[in-house]
Design a protein around this ligand. Structure first.
Ligand code: HEM
Length: 386
């Protein structure tokens, strides 16, 4: 059979969803030869779900990116993962996230009030991009004046993960590490104070008397920045993009703001900001008549799984009607996104504020896609007010 899918062709990069039918129906175990190392793609909902749950076979030990790497802390397999995850969860609870709602509402309001020319602006640059960075910097306790650094660094970390030559990002990532290590050691010096920000809480957190070293905290903070910034920006941008593209959807939200949670969930299903992440096989796996060899990189394609008609009714339609089924945008199992409650809250607040401030918001064009092939979001999204 001729392979028609290549995640690196301009057409697939511009609209990955055009390829899902082929993956799902023709080649549910797809070998992608156009990357070094070559990798396999699993696209069917049930296969992705099973692989995420079978962590002994589909290991995270060689990284979640397409290159073989040595992830530490939360990104690894149990038992190390379990210790880190429990510890971070102590400092970053869903309850502590809910308490941030008024602060995020204020921030969204202010960002929208500060737009220079409200008749014509960029939804990414002026809104969806600054919002999550400011939120996470506040949570971590990083000074406001260093926000631009945090954003620059977290973008570089994400890009490094999918780059052909990750070493080109080394210098930038070292600057980030130095900066954060200084923040961590400052907190250690003040550790007798009640911990308020997340870095202080990570410094103080212990399980059975065992805490984290500075380097380990750095890894966790890095993971929060890398995992949480661009993804949440993409969620907000993707959701608005799809609804403005079909103005009836936007109007439904304006008329009924209570639909906001459905809009967020449908955007996560239809346009997951992380299209898929990688695992490495620990043994030969036979699936749909093909063998995936031991030590192979496998892309678990959440986005294709989210469009699998075996799992979702009318999957290629973005709809604000009630839907059955659980999307894969935040992964599943032991690595299920730790920041999901925060991402959902930020997106909900961002959409609510936008509808209130700009009910007449209108589509200009789709802007530009972000770079890494396994991520999905807009780098720009021009909008106007009619
Ligand atoms: C729409 C926004 C987001 C999306 C789509 C997203 C997606 C994901 C996915 C797919 C995973 C699973 C990784 C895997 O299976 O290997 C994950 C894990 C993770 N996410 Fe998110 N994420 C988002 C927002 C956030 C935010 C806001 C934070 C924190 C501030 C965050 C922190 C994390 C962490 C720490 C993990 C690792 C959990 C573990 O391995 O136990 N994420 N995320």
């Amino acid at each position: 059979m001729t392979a028609i899918y290549d995640p690196f062709t301009p057409t697939v990069l511009a609209d990955p969803a055009t390829s899902y039918h082929h993956l799902l129906e023709e080649e549910p175990v797809y070998l992608c030869q156009d990357f070094d190392p070559k990798f396999y793609i699993l696209s069917r909902y049930q296969d992705v779900e099973s692989a995420l749950q079978d962590i002994e076979t589909f290991s995270s030990e060689f990284g979640q990116g397409p290159k073989y790497s040595m992830p530490a802390g939360m990104l690894s397999d149990p038992p190390q993962h379990t210790f880190f995850r429990r510890l971070v969860q102590k400092a970053f609870t869903p309850q502590s996230v809910e308490l941030l709602a008024p602060q995020i509402e204020n921030l969204a309001d202010n960002l929208l009030k500060e737009i220079d020319d409200p008749t014509s602006w960029d939804l990414h640059d002026d809104y969806a991009f600054p919002l999550p960075v400011i939120v996470i910097a506040n949570i971590l306790g990083v000074p406001e004046q260093d926000l631009h650094l945090i954003k620059k660094w977290s973008d570089a970390s994400v890009e490094a993960m999918g780059a052909e030559d990750p070493t080109s990002y080394q210098e930038t990532l070292q600057q980030m590490a130095q900066y954060l290590l200084k923040q961590i050691s400052d907190r250690r010096l003040n550790s007798e104070k009640e911990p308020v920000d997340l870095i202080s809480k990570l410094v103080a957190a212990k399980i059975e008397d065992k805490g984290l070293t500075d380097e380990e905290i750095l890894g966790v903070v890095n993971q929060l920045l890398v995992g949480g910034n661009e993804t949440t920006t993409s969620l907000i941008t993707n959701a608005v993009w799809r609804m403005l593209e079909k103005p009836k959807l936007w109007q439904s939200l304006v008329d009924n703001p209570a639909l906001v949670d459905r809009a967020v969930e449908e955007s996560l299903r239809f346009d997951p900001p992380v299209l898929g992440l990688f695992r490495t096989t620990t043994r030969d796996v036979e699936l749909h008549g093909k063998i995936i060899p031991k030590n192979a990189k496998v892309l678990l394609h959440y986005a294709a799984g989210n469009r699998d008609p075996r799992a979702f009714n009318d999957p290629n339609n973005f709809s604000l009607d009630e839907r059955k089924g659980r999307h894969l945008a935040f992964g599943l199992g032991v690595h299920f996104c730790l920041g999901a409650p925060l991402a959902r809250l930020e997106a909900r607040v961002a959409l609510q504020a936008l509808v209130q401030h700009f009910p007449n918001l209108a589509f200009v064009n789709s802007g530009e896609r972000i770079k890494p092939f396994f991520l999905w979001g807009r780098k720009t999204l021009p909008v106007q007010v009619t």
